[in-house]
Design a protein around this ligand. Structure first.
Ligand SMILES: Cc1cc2nc3c(=O)[nH]c(=O)nc-3n(C[C@H](O)[C@H](O)[C@H](O)COP(=O)(O)O)c2cc1C
Length: 206
């Protein structure tokens, strides 16, 4: 089973990348082949809105890195997308990527039936993670992905989705922040659960 993780953060290797890494680590321990794509490493032009993808399954822009990224998605059994919350939404970088995948589903649904999952990370406790999660899942559903959630059969349901935060508490009026995302035990547990569920959804008996 091949699992591709896509990080929409503008920062490589930081919170969102760490969370995606946990999901991949868990899945890899169960035998999956995994890859993490940091979008910041790739050159992705804006969609031109030329609507060529309404006529044929092809994008007009061929001289950036989107073709390689599309091939990676087409070659994967599961795609997991992670985004930090920027103003209650996905990052601008990730949105540009999402728009450029339009040709993969307008004429032919080239990603239909693959497994898909999403996770988010934000500074605040309720900083827009849920809305961002919904935007990511809506994107996956538009492409015909089958959404895999982090809740596991026969185990407690921790949360509706992986909605990471650096917020730890208040000391009077002062915010207390976690030093790193790995201190968020709930989110870490849910990332590992998602890794296992991706394996289950891929047919692995756990
Ligand atoms: C432009 C910008 C907008 C942000 N907007 C929000 C926000 O709306 N809510 C929030 O809780 N955190 C917000 N943050 C904080 C990030 O979501 C947070 O630092 C996150 O952990 C970054 O993920 P990363 O470490 O993977 O880059 C924002 C950060 C930036 C740079």
């Amino acid at each position: 089973m091949k699992i591709l993780a896509i990080n929409g953060s503008h920062r490589k290797g930081k919170n969102t990348a760490v969370l995606l890494g946990l999901v991949l680590e868990e899945a890899a321990a169960g035998g999956a082949q995994t890859e993490l794509v940091e979008l910041v490493d790739w050159r992705i032009e804006y969609c031109l809105s030329c609507h060529r993808c309404l006529r044929e399954p092809r994008c007009s822009i061929q001289d950036d890195d989107m073709q390689v990224l599309a091939e990676k998605m087409q070659g994967a059994d599961a795609v997991i997308i992670g985004s930090p919350v920027y103003f209650g939404n996905v990052t601008g970088r990730l949105k540009v990527f999402m728009d450029r995948t339009r040709w993969l589903h307008m004429r032919k649904n080239l990603l239909e039936g693959k497994l898909g999952a999403a996770l988010t990370h934000a500074g605040l406790r309720n900083g827009g993670q849920e809305l961002t999660q919904m935007i990511l899942e809506r994107f996956l559903l538009s492409h015909g992905f089958r959404i895999v959630e982090p809740r596991e059969p026969g185990r407690p349901i921790y949360n509706s989705a992986i909605l990471g935060t650096l917020f730890e508490g208040l000391d009077g009026e002062r915010f207390r922040w976690r030093k790193g995302v790995l201190e968020d035990a709930l989110t870490v547990a849910m990332c590992r659960a998602l890794g296992r569920n991706l394996l289950r959804a891929g047919g692995r008996d756990l």
